[in-house]
Design a protein. Structure first.
Length: 486
């Protein structure tokens, strides 16, 4: 199986498409990194990775995104230990200004620290490319430093997945205290561990699961779909610390600081284990026909107060070929059931110069077990604004009676404009309150037809009753009545 197929398969699993193979899960995706951007050699985009240099006392190490992988080579930390560490909290981008300082956007994202979770399942591939005497760590639940905004692995506590590729030892433990991460003999382990036979130069899949005090790991060779049903190691921390949202990959070598051991990491997926999934569904037909969304080059994301109005990788909507809807599933902590959230969809063109937002904000309330939100249309327009072919251009402005009328649940509204005009077509209820805006754009002269789906701008289904639709175009104003009957 090619890498592209592996990545596609993993994304499909995350978004809940109908694949039922192996032991794969559909836990809510928090973030992912497949290291496929050839221009991002520093591994700062898609997911922003933070790593350490000579200014931190680490010489000769290397962290680089290359050949569709994250390459890591150990250097010497003060002549005491060989080390290389790359960490992240799922931040989408690490950006620096012209002075080499973090941009305000990066600082704000680090402070928000809401891209990852202490209860998380990490799935990734690792190749022990060159191992002479090092051990491998995936450290989770690393606590953020208030000053530096990262997580100093030499000072902050963590939960370590320990792997010795040479001896085959696999164990899970936690560490705390200055420099504690450097000495695996000082870790608090929760079992005697397990064994797994590793070869160098081979990619292995690893899954590391944390939920409160339940911790477990499985390792397998082959494709993602070859995952075993059983766990290699399952342990329990009787006094768990469920805090800290940073994680790190690392190689540590207490015996030979100059060994220069190497690993390669790929296809990293972080999924929440104590969050309820919320699935967003969006129809983009209108925007495609209007030319404001190009599915080949543009992307559409969902942003909301559940993520501090950031949009990470997990928030990008992906087209479901089966029903033509764009979908994304995000996770919200299960402790927040009953809380209402605001959100909106945003189109981000390939050039990034112009962003089209779906306004006004929509809302949903987190339900026990999660939500599958009803499909909606970007801009709350159910069908395209169709330009009707006519023998001649209109000579005057006109607004026709909707058809059918009465209607249930949809109705067509037609209008004519004799010259290029900015058209606003709005729906009001009997109290004069605005329900939805169907059209708000420049249009060429002609006859047009638009469908109202009986929904408000927030996606709520309207009740039976009298409604009004109003057109405004270059000084032309007209209001007409229609009746929804169920």
């Amino acid at each position: 199986m090619t890498k592209a197929l592996l990545v596609l398969f993993a994304v499909m699993l995350v978004l809940g498409f109908a694949l039922n193979v192996g032991a794969q899960t559909t836990l809510p995706l928090l973030w992912q990194d497949t290291f496929d951007d050839a221009t991002d050699t520093l591994a700062w985009h898609n997911v922003g990775w933070i790593y350490y240099h000579e200014s931190d006392g680490l010489t000769g190490s290397a962290v680089q995104q290359q050949d569709g992988l994250l390459y890591m080579k150990a250097g010497s930390f003060g002549g005491m230990v060989g080390a290389v560490i790359a960490e992240t909290n799922g931040l989408p981008v690490v950006g620096l200004d012209e002075n080499g300082d973090m941009t305000p956007e990066t600082i704000a994202g680090l402070k928000a620290n809401n891209f990852n979770d202490p209860n998380v399942e990490y799935t990734f591939q690792v190749n022990f490319k060159k191992i002479t005497s090092s051990f491998f760590l995936l450290s989770a639940r690393m606590v953020q430093n208030d000053d530096s905004l990262d997580s100093d692995p030499t000072g902050q506590p963590g939960y370590a997945l320990f792997i010795s590729p040479l001896t085959g030892d696999v164990n899970i433990g936690k560490y705390e205290g200055d420099m504690a991460i450097l000495d695996p003999t000082s870790y608090t382990y929760f079992s005697e561990g397990a064994k797994f036979a590793f070869d160098q130069g081979v990619f292995y899949w690893v899954k590391y699961y944390l939920k409160d005090g339940d911790l477990k790991v499985k390792i397998w060779e082959g494709d993602l779909v070859d995952e075993e049903d059983t766990w290699l190691l399952e342990v329990t921390d009787p006094a768990p610390r469920v805090t800290g949202k940073f994680m790190a990959f690392g190689l540590l070598n207490p015996t030979d600081p100059l060994a220069g051991d190497e690993i390669e990491v790929d296809n990293v997926f972080a999924r929440a284990t104590s969050r309820f999934p919320v699935t967003f569904q969006l129809n983009m037909d209108v925007q495609e026909q209007l030319g404001t969304f190009n599915p080949a080059t543009d992307k559409v994301v969902v942003r909301g107060d559940f993520s501090g109005w950031w949009a990470g990788v997990a928030d990008s909507l992906v087209l479901d070929e089966d029903d033509g809807l764009y979908k994304a599933t995000i996770g919200i902590p299960d402790s927040l059931v009953g809380i209402s959230y605001e959100y909106k969809f945003v189109i981000i063109p390939a050039d990034g110069d112009d962003i089209l937002e779906d306004v006004p904000n929509r809302t949903f309330t987190l339900e026990d077990g999660g939500n599958v939100l009803e499909p909606v249309y970007f801009g709350n327009q159910e069908t395209s604004v169709k330009r009707v072919k006519t023998d001649a251009l209109p000579r005057s402005y006109a607004l026709d009676q909707n058809y059918p009328n009465p209607f249930n649940p949809t109705t067509e509204i037609a209008y004519e404009i004799p010259t290029n005009s900015h058209v606003v077509l709005t729906i009001f209820n009997a109290l004069g309150q605005k329900i939805s805006t169907l059209v708000d754009k420049e249009q060429a002269a002609g006859r047009y037809q638009v469908t109202w789906d009986g929904l408000s701008s927030s996606g709520a289904r309207m009740t039976s009753g009298v409604y009004f639709y109003h057109i405004q175009a270059e000084g032309f104003n007209k209001t007409m009545k229609m009746i929804m009957m169920k």
